[in-house]
Design a protein around this ligand. Structure first.
Ligand code: ADP
Ligand code: MG
Length: 414
């Protein structure tokens, strides 16, 4: 993506209020930080603040620059441009051991010959904290991670999840300004990982220390975070609460990366303040709210609607509402709801979740049905998903679909 496009499309969509230094409650400031490795830019002009006491996640596909950003906060890497602040002070040139942050890696190295208690007490002891204070703190942290009864065991006598919690207690015992976690649950199996997600969230609430959490797993980020920074190819695409990012994605990338999104190509006909009138596949005209950068009239942009916000009707819905004619391709029963795969007249595929409230007769493939949604369920997003290379086969298929539809909607575009 060319620099000027990044600037125009991405910068205005980032939560400005969260910018570094804009609030007294910012613990970590990422101040226009760029990181280059030779001529490769791993992080491009990241500019945001992480607030005191929040659970903040950096989310994005492998290679998007999450670990590099975390390593710059920890001090293991230096920014090529911009600066990092901790508690308001520029720490860009301060070595890791002098920064009041602690990192938990996926491969936490506990001392195998020491007891759990001694592992946790090791940090404060080496900082010459008084004996009684060390004891108090270590027991407090072991209680918080619910290992109070395991203080005398050796790491080898604990399960993977318990060892992980010892590593957490050890990282928190010095009361750092922030705890940095880089995919710490990656090595655990699914059940344990899900249980640990809730544990981590509870522990973070209890200690009240800022957590900066790196993950490529959207569900993990949505479950645990107060706010999420979604990254793609070194660029922070959006920062917001899980709810904001899910319901008002700022870009096609964010919409497609988080949850299931219907991304319909649409020609922008008219812009009226915070709303745009667009033509959807099959020539239906709808009015869509604009929540991020405004696409230009005459261009093709993307209308995003989540599957659970789409209503399926047997007849064209009356009145001034969105209305798209589709044909049923496939139906999958998923317990309380049916996942309907539908084709618009131009071939664009839309997924809708049909529930008992929709009050429909039994649908079959080839049935013609009408889609509608409440006005605020849709979002107009600039551009099409052509810039992000790393995809699963399914995502690739969807992207191809989108491009083909674009050519049908607006044949004058290449
Ligand atoms: P993530 O954690 O999001 O998977 P990283 O921050 O580890 O991504 O890496 C981002 C990009 O920077 C990757 O393309 C990676 O290969 C590159 N990169 C990371 N560290 C180095 C390094 N020390 N030298 C060269 N390239 C690096
Ligand atoms: Mg990483």
């Amino acid at each position: 993506m060319a620099d000027e496009v990044v600037d125009e499309m991405t910068r205005p969509t980032i939560d400005g209020a969260a910018g570094a230094g804009s609030s007294a409650d910012v613990v970590i400031g990422i101040d226009r930080v760029t990181k280059r490795f030779d001529d490769f830019t791993a992080v491009r002009e990241a500019d945001f603040g992480i607030r005191r006491g929040e659970f903040f996640s950096m989310l994005g596909p492998s290679g998007c620059g999450k670990t590099t950003t975390l390593r710059m906060i920890a001090g293991f890497e230096q920014p090529s441009a911009g600066r990092i602040t901790l508690e308001g002070k520029d720490v860009s040139r301060v070595p890791p051991y002098k920064r009041n942050v602690n990192t938990v890696f996926q491969h936490y190295a506990l001392f195998p010959h020491m007891t759990v208690f001694d592992n946790v007490a090791f940090g404060p002891r080496s900082k010459r904290v008084s004996k009684s204070e060390v004891k108090g703190r270590a027991h407090e942290l072991l209680d918080i991670v619910r290992l109070g009864d395991f203080a005398d065991r050796k790491p080898g006598q604990l399960s993977g999840g318990q060892q992980q919690r010892v590593a957490l207690a050890r990282a928190l015992v010095n009361y750092p300004s922030a705890l940095l976690l880089d995919e710490p649950l990656g090595a655990l199996d699914l059940k344990l990982r899900q249980a640990m997600q809730l544990e981590l969230k509870r522990i973070q609430r209890e200690v009240g220390i800022t957590f900066v959490y790196v993950t490529h797993d959207q569900e993990e980020a949505l479950t645990m975070s107060d706010r999420i920074a979604v990254m793609s190819e070194g660029v922070v695409e959006q920062i917001g609460t899980p709810e904001e990012i899910y319901s008002s994605p700022a870009s096609v990338f964010v919409a497609g990366f988080i949850g299931v999104a219907n991304l319909m190509p649409a020609v922008v006909e008219r812009i009226d303040g915070a709303e745009a009138e667009v033509t959807l596949p099959g020539n239906s005209r709808v009015t869509v709210p604009i929540t991020s950068a405004t696409p230009k009239v005459g261009t093709t942009a993307t209308v995003m609607v989540r599957p659970e916000r789409i209503h399926v009707r047997m007849e064209p819905p009356p009145g001034d509402v969105p209305r798209v004619r589709t044909t049923v391709i496939d139906l999958t029963f998923q317990g309380a709801l049916v996942r309907a795969e539908l084709a618009c007249d131009d071939g664009t595929v839309v997924i809708a979740h049909v529930g008992p409230d929709d009050d429909l007769p039994m649908l079959r493939p080839n049935d013609v049905v009408w889609l509608t949604w409440e006005g605020d369920a849709a979002r107009l997003l600039p551009g099409l998903d052509t810039t992000h290379g790393k995809k699963t086969e399914l995502e690739e298929l969807e992207a191809t679909q989108l491009e083909r539809s674009l050519e049908r909607v607006n044949p004058s575009l290449q």
